[in-house]
Design a protein around this ligand. Structure first.
Ligand code: THU
Length: 151
């Protein structure tokens, strides 16, 4: 039961996101972000933001985590995403994934047909919502007839 696994792994996910945040490369914004993805076998894959001197090319933590998951062969079974961040790594307010990251997470979720729970972790609160609430009526793989069978 996926909700039970999310509950069981919730603290592990948050700890993993915090540890990932410590690897953030964010010399331009100073805003460090960590993300953790939970899969249906209990595995957790993490990412941190990776900025670029050409600012607009910076990669967000959630995007790095999704790319890492794909790179390790995980393209199905995404159950939950935890994200946290703050200036210099000091977590205060809960942050939610940016628009681009919502779309990137949607790609990974859609491949396995899940609607992951997103945990936006702040110092004093955790805001939870399904990806479908953060990104309603999403455009995704289902909308393309030209999918190649290499997923
Ligand atoms: N950032 C993330 O890593 N994830 C988000 O969802 C929001 C923003 C990063 C991008 C940039 O490196 C820094 O936070 C400030 O925007």
């Amino acid at each position: 039961m996926s909700d039970a696994l999310i509950a069981e792994k919730r603290e592990d996910m948050i700890a993993a996101a915090r540890a990932a945040m410590d690897t953030a490369y964010a010399p331009y914004s100073g805003f460090h972000v960590g993300a953790a993805l939970l899969f249906d076998d209990g595995a957790i894959v993490t990412g941190a933001n990776f900025e670029n001197a050409s600012y607009g090319l910076s990669l967000c933590a959630e995007t790095v985590a999704c790319a890492s998951a794909s790179h390790s062969g995980r393209r199905t079974g995404l159950l939950a995403v935890a994200v946290l961040g703050g200036m210099g790594g000091a977590v205060e307010a809960a942050i939610s994934p940016c628009g681009r990251c919502r779309q990137v997470v949607n790609e990974l979720a859609a491949l396995g047909g899940t609607d992951p729970l997103v945990l936006c972790v702040g110092a004093d609160e955790i805001v939870e919502m399904r990806l479908s609430v953060l990104l309603p009526n999403a455009f995704g793989p289902k909308d393309l007839s030209s999918l190649r069978p290499n997923v």
